[in-house]
Ligand binder design. Sequence first.
Ligand SMILES: Cc1cc2nc3c(=O)[nH]c(=O)nc-3n(C[C@H](O)[C@H](O)[C@H](O)COP(=O)(O)O)c2cc1C
Length: 185
Amino acid sequence: MRIAVPLAHAHRLLNHGPTTLVSTAHAGRRNVMAAAWVMPLDFEPAKFAAVIAADTFTRELLVASGECVLHAPTTDQVDLTYALGTHGGRDGDKFERFQVASEAASLVQAPLVRGCAAWLECRRVPEPAIEARHDLFVLECVAAWADGALWADGDWRFVDGGPRTIHHRKGGLFFATGSSLAARR
Ligand SMILES: Cc1cc2nc3c(=O)[nH]c(=O)nc-3n(C[C@H](O)[C@H](O)[C@H](O)COP(=O)(O)O)c2cc1C
């Protein structure tokens, strides 16, 4: 079940550096791509930085709409994540092509991909200079959600044998998020 995450905790959803999916929608078109280069940028308001390459359809829709949803896909979605990161959406709807189940977000037009571990509805904070120079987008999170089976009390709760978030290494090879380690405090 999808549960709301307070915006003050939104950074924790991506703090461990998982590969993401970025969905967008504008003027009757929608799209979703994989993005590994996404990271928290600020606590409150919750902001994230995302590298979105200039030639992607995602970037076209993100700039046109000013909105996107960042997702943390799971180990059950490795094939889907790789497919969405190796096929462009300009020539056809990737949701249909890859049978991606989706539902409406709460505050943005971009859809939520079902089955993910986390969803962050975001609005673009326009920074034309760094977007043009570094393909880097600043995104403010306006609503955040997590799978209640994987998230409780403001933290991840991955269990042995269950789904986990994923981390891209290269060419379709990923790590699953590992075990929890607690530093001495
Ligand atoms: C695992 C993975 C991670 C990726 N990370 C990024 C990224 O951080 N930024 C980016 O611009 N492209 C990244 N890509 C490439 C895009 O997902 C790819 O260019 C995609 O086809 C763009 O789709 P679109 O044109 O439909 O937006 C990644 C691809 C894969 C497979």
